[in-house]
Design a protein around this ligand. Sequence first.
Ligand SMILES: [Zn+2]
Length: 204
Amino acid sequence: MFVELIDRLRCPAGHADTWLVAAATRTAQRHLLDATLGCPDCGAEYEVRDGEIWFGARVASAPFPVTEDETMRAAALLKLEERGLYLLDGGWSSLADELRALLDVELLLADPPGHGAATPGAPGVLRGIGDRWPLAAASLHGVALDRITPARTDDAVRLLRTGGRLVAPVSAVLPPGVRELARDERHWVAERVGDVIPLRRARR
Ligand SMILES: [Zn+2]
């Protein structure tokens, strides 16, 4: 994982948003290869091994087919933009190399089917993700979900900036905080709506 990613990580335990503190034992070119991430709030510790960050036990996922059509479809659903940061969950991770060849984007992979590459410049890999994403609010431009639970889908909305895209299997219920844009037989895509700021009429 690249060291800058630490700023975006948060303890996934159910307490107030807390940064994680890294103690690295092996690094290479601003990448943490082996490290321990500690939560100053609850004391939880998460291991970084070969550049992958472990938040829980291994979660199995099946790869998606990698074709030009699938790559273009994913890029369109996520509305991929240069220099954006996107999270690809499970099988979506299969398209990581192709999407990065298409545009200069930063990717985070959650429980990818294969092994993540611990090479400099490779996407960050998060492992063992449960219902709460270990990431800061409004830190991502888009999220493509593979494995869904209602809590996981709801929490993914928290990660998105206003206008950020959420893509999920059609079997997922549309969570609060997003507006549906389109759906086909496989996925729906929605965008994060801004927080509603109540306007009060001035009275005199
Ligand atoms: Zn914690």
